[in-house]
Design a protein around this ligand. Structure first.
Ligand code: ADP
Ligand code: MG
Length: 698
């Protein structure tokens, strides 16, 4: 039998393959590029390309592609076969170093936000040797960055790599100050927990809203939702289990460390978490994971929904970005060790994160802003749109002690008895679980919980890396000049705690009172929608920081802001159009048919016996008639607001119309439709209901 060890990573050109197939010189040189960001030495690319081609062909590949992440949110690939004609009429298989390093896809159809005029169609892709190449189907996929000819980044990988470099630069400065002369690099690592829904494909196919928008735009609450809390961590149903098993195998073959799987809170909702890895690879792997989740689902007659809010009234799906920073030697800089109080270096890095999150709350909010995620943030199921940090009691007490210069008494480390005597006794994790914080310290890493399930994790990590790099830069600038390092360090930590205490919140983030306190008393930002937050990407405070660290150019920032807003508008316009079409084309006719049949029944009954009151029939017809009038009027209004969008002078104005008018018009249309569903006989209803979808997979 094939064991996991045998096939794990079999489709990845990973370190094992490189070692086995590259000459010692080429291997060493390539490793230096990967590990120490050294430039690729001449000749290396050709040798690597040849080895990759041989390996890929042996594994059944016929094509190669530069695999990249344009600003659409999904990945892109254009396949070229390895064949080249040979003089004898046959073909040979070729793949050169040049083809490995650089590709020139037609860039004109990818969003560029004005960075590249359509007449200047060319863009180029550039090999990212820090993320392993892999085989998907018959194609060798080479992770690449995607730029315009003028060198502007048109993708998410380029700024992510730049932000990692910025963090590396500044963190190394700090480590040197603490006497660490051996660390060669500092990298951020991420473990993204991914939530998703599984629904039956046959049911999905009958819902235009799911097919066109990935979420249900109509649907009355089912008699049972998630109120019994019986799904979370519940027994996994056979069909889902078969899916998870095949998914794991596919991911393992691609070297993705799929580790944890369980049912989530909502019915039909599940989660998958891999073991964490370097942010860059984690980002590529998460994109790949989302793609494979959807592909494998189809093989099981299922559809995997990655939308943030597929169903109203039950929890939506997010993604937890577990983030830490570590040296190349494996030292986690966010690990407190046994006596955190003495661990000044840890405290400085912790403070850098606190300061970063407070100074750049808006960038973090922006990094997770999409039309889909707007439904979750602040809806009592996901962290609010207000960003705050959870630290836990022990760290809090330590920070208090430092701020007030009082001796640290410590929080007694309680021994936790689990009640089952055979289980070992262990020290309770000092950072108690807090599920409602947007940004929680969880022992040796931070968990950023605001990401939506379909988000690329690139954006969140670009902002996180950059903002922390900025804190570290400010610290290093000061400390490098200090006459007395220890005094300056102590002052620095104290100042950070004093200045940024407002961002620390250890209570219930879902509580309305917190939002009130956060915004009114602490002055924290609360951008409820994408339309509210996105324009702040260009605020001088934010733009200056991102520019200073070389993460974005001014043009790139402007274009990104426009693309994200455009995306928001297009998404909601498509939803609006789909709603209007479903209301007119499916819901109204169905309700009419039912009402007509009921009315006819009443007439027949009355013909039989004129004294029959037919109260039921009369009531149903009256109510449905009122509802159909309301639905038709609401559909008209929605269409008027959608027209207004089309006439908006730019994307900023359009997003405001969406936020202020279209969303309300959509709700006004949905409400009577959902009520009509509860009155109309099931056999008349034109598409599967929430109950069908949420409880349809066994
Ligand atoms: P929970 O659901 O309790 O948050 P999980 O085990 O589902 O925990 O997910 C935790 C995630 O955090 C995993 O992906 C794990 O690999 C990741 N993780 C653990 N340690 C680190 C670290 N030092 N840096 C980044 N991610 C980490
Ligand atoms: Mg988690």
């Amino acid at each position: 039998m094939q064991t996991i060890q045998n096939y794990f990573g079999c489709f990845v050109f990973d370190d094992r393959v490189m070692k086995a197939r590259l000459s010692a010189d080429v291997y060493t040189s390539l490793r230096r590029t990967i590990d120490e960001d050294k430039k690729l030495a001449p000749g290396v690319a050709d040798a690597v390309a040849a080895a990759m081609r041989d390996w890929a062909v042996e594994h059944g590949a016929t094509h190669y592609t530069h695999w990249f992440q344009p600003l659409t949110g999904v990945t892109a690939e254009k396949h070229d076969s390895f064949i080249t004609p040979s003089p004898d009429g046959g073909v040979i298989l070729e793949f050169s170093g040049k083809e490995l390093i650089k590709g020139e896809p037609d860039a004109s159809s990818f969003p560029s936000g004005g960075l590249r005029a359509t007449f200047e169609a060319r863009g180029y892709t550039a090999w990212d040797p820090t993320s392993y190449a892999f085989i998907k189907g018959k194609t060798l996929c080479i992770p690449t960055a995607f730029c315009s000819y003028a060198g502007h980044a048109l993708d998410k990988k380029t700024p992510l790599l730049r932000s990692m470099e910025a963090l590396n630069r500044q963190a190394l400065r700090i480590l040197r100050l603490f006497g660490n002369d051996t660390a060669k690099a500092v990298r951020s690592s991420v473990g993204p927990e991914q939530e998703y829904f599984l629904v039956d494909k046959a049911l999905y196919d009958q819902r235009p809203d799911l097919r066109f928008t990935g979420r249900t735009l109509f649907g009355a609450k089912p008699p049972k939702g998630q109120e019994m809390d019986d799904h979370y961590f519940g027994v996994i149903k056979p069909r889902v289990e078969a899916y998870m098993q095949e998914l794991n195998e596919e991911l393992w073959k691609l070297g993705i460390l799929a580790k944890t799987e369980h049912n989530e809170v909502a019915p039909a909702q599940h989660e998958l978490a891999p073991i964490y890895t370097t942010t860059n690879a984690a980002t590529d792997q998460n994109q790949l994971t989302m793609e494979i989740m959807q592909k494998v689902a189809l093989r099981h007659g299922l559809v995997c929904l990655l939308h943030e809010k597929p169903f109203a009234g039950v929890n939506g799906s997010g993604k937890h970005n577990n983030w830490s920073i570590a040296t190349d030697a494996g030292q986690n800089l966010l690990s407190p060790g046994d006596t955190p109080y003495e661990n000044a270096q840890f405290l400085l890095f912790l403070c850098a994160v606190l300061k970063a999150v407070d100074d750049y709350q808006d960038l973090l909010r922006i990094s997770v802003a999409t039309a889909g995620n707007d439904h979750r943030l602040g809806a009592n199921e996901a962290p609010p749109a207000v960003v705050s940090v959870f630290l836990g009691d022990e760290l809090n007490a330590i920070l208090d002690a430092i701020e007030t210069d009082t001796p640290y008494e410590g929080v007694e480390k309680k021994q936790m008895k689990l009640g089952v005597h055979v289980l070992p006794r262990f020290n309770r994790d000092t950072t108690d679980r807090n599920r409602t914080s947007p940004f929680a310290f969880t022992g040796n890493k931070f968990e950023f919980r605001m990401l939506g399930s379909s988000n690329s994790i690139a954006c969140a990590n670009i902002m996180l890396n950059s903002a922390v790099a900025q804190s570290l830069k400010i610290y290093a600038d000061r400390l490098e000049q200090a006459e007395d390092f220890e005094t300056a360090l102590h002052e620095m930590i104290r100042k950070t705690i004093r200045d940024h205490r407002r961002i620390i919140f250890n209570g219930n983030g879902y509580d309305d009172a917190w939002i009130e306190e956060a915004t009114k008393m602490r002055g924290l930002l609360n951008y409820r929608t994408t339309a509210d937050c996105m324009p702040h990407l260009l605020d001088p405070k934010n733009a200056d920081m991102l520019l200073a660290h070389g993460v974005f150019s001014a043009e790139e920032l402007r274009s990104r802001c426009e693309i994200m807003l455009e995306n928001y508008c297009k998404t909601i316009v498509i939803e609006g159009n789909t709603m209007a079409a479903m209301a007119r084309g499916q819901i109204l006719p169905a309700v009419e048919r039912f009402a007509a049949d009921v009315a006819r029944n009443a007439l027949q009954k009355k013909q039989m016996d004129a004294s029959l009151p037919c109260a039921y029939e009369t009531g149903v017809v009256r109510r449905l008639s009122a509802l159909t009038d309301e639905i038709a009027a609401a559909a008209d209004t929605l269409e008027v607001t959608l027209k207004k969008c089309a006439q908006a002078e730019d994307v900023f104005a359009e997003s405001a119309v969406i936020r202020d008018e279209v969303l309300a018009a959509m709700t006004a249309l949905r409400t009577p439709c959902d009520t009509a569903e509860t009155i109309t006989a099931k056999e008349y209803w034109p598409f599967p209901t929430y109950a069908d979808l949420l409880f349809g997979v066994q």
